[in-house]
Design a protein around this ligand. Structure first.
Ligand SMILES: [Zn+2]
Length: 253
């Protein structure tokens, strides 16, 4: 009998650059053998603690892009690890991540003691991390942006990062067990660089994705959550389960 290890996803932050109650900025932890943190916006460091993760456990961070609502708590995380005596951190991110990180941390000399390995990830890159197969896809956003597909034991989880609904994310999400996709605004907002329910559902049609969890919610989504789910479901048209994510939600895949 084949034993398939479960992947656990914990949403750290389902909010955005404009604060609203209950939603920290972007971040999620995916745990198979060890936790991988994807994005680290403001509030994520506290959410990690609330979810029971010590900063010492978070050795690897993968960034989708460098907007502040996805990176604000990265240096505070590095500092927490430094205070606890840990000097190493592995960082993966899009083009520019190395320059950004080195410039910001140069303002805090003690953080220069950290050994940070920074790997630039490009759309289409595939690599192994903690026994997981990871593939990056290109988001459609206002600066270089990545989505990630993570596979283990025949299961697949996809995180979109910030993007318009895009064929590149469809490809990442094809047949996935779980897609955590940004859905910044309800209908009838028309936006670039971000997703809205109907266009997201239409773009995902035929992908065969099994479960979609919406994240990256602007305050305009307050009270509109059920309607957003209905709009995605109506457009996707192929029986996926769709829901609006909430901070600290744990999802077993
Ligand atoms: Zn964002």
């Amino acid at each position: 009998m084949e034993i398939i290890a479960e992947i656990e996803v914990t949403l750290m932050g389902t909010g955005v650059g404009i604060p609203h109650s209950g939603r920290a900025q972007a971040g999620l932890v995916l745990t198979a053998d060890e936790p991988l943190l994807f994005d680290c916006g403001a509030g994520v460091l506290l959410r990690l603690s609330e979810a029971g993760f010590s900063p010492l456990e978070v050795d690897v961070v993968l960034l989708t892009h460098l907007h502040l609502d996805h990176v604000s708590d990265l240096l505070p995380l590095a500092k927490a690890r430094w205070l606890l005596g840990e000097r190493k951190l592995d960082l993966f991110g899009p083009e520019g991540s190395g320059v950004w990180f080195d410039q910001v941390r140069s303002l805090y000399p003690y953080l220069e003691e950290l050994e940070v390995s920074i790997t630039t990830v490009r759309p289409g890159d595939e690599f192994l991390l903690s026994g997981l197969k990871i593939r990056a896809g290109e988001g459609v956003h206002s600066l270089p942006a990545l989505g990630y597909r993570i596979e283990s034991g025949g299961r697949a989880v996809v995180y979109s990062g910030d993007t318009e609904p895009a064929p590149s994310i469809w490809e990442l999400a094809e047949g996935a067990d779980l897609l955590v996709h940004e859905c910044s605004f309800p209908e009838p907002f028309i936006v670039t660089n971000h997703s809205t329910p109907r266009r997201l559902g239409e773009t995902l049609r035929g992908s065969g994705v099994k479960r979609v969890v919406l994240t990256h919610l602007y305050p305009q989504t307050i009270g509109r959550e059920e309607e957003m789910v209905r709009d995605v479901l109506a457009a996707i048209g192929d029986g996926a389960r769709v829901e609006v994510g909430r901070d600290l939600q744990r999802i077993l895949v």
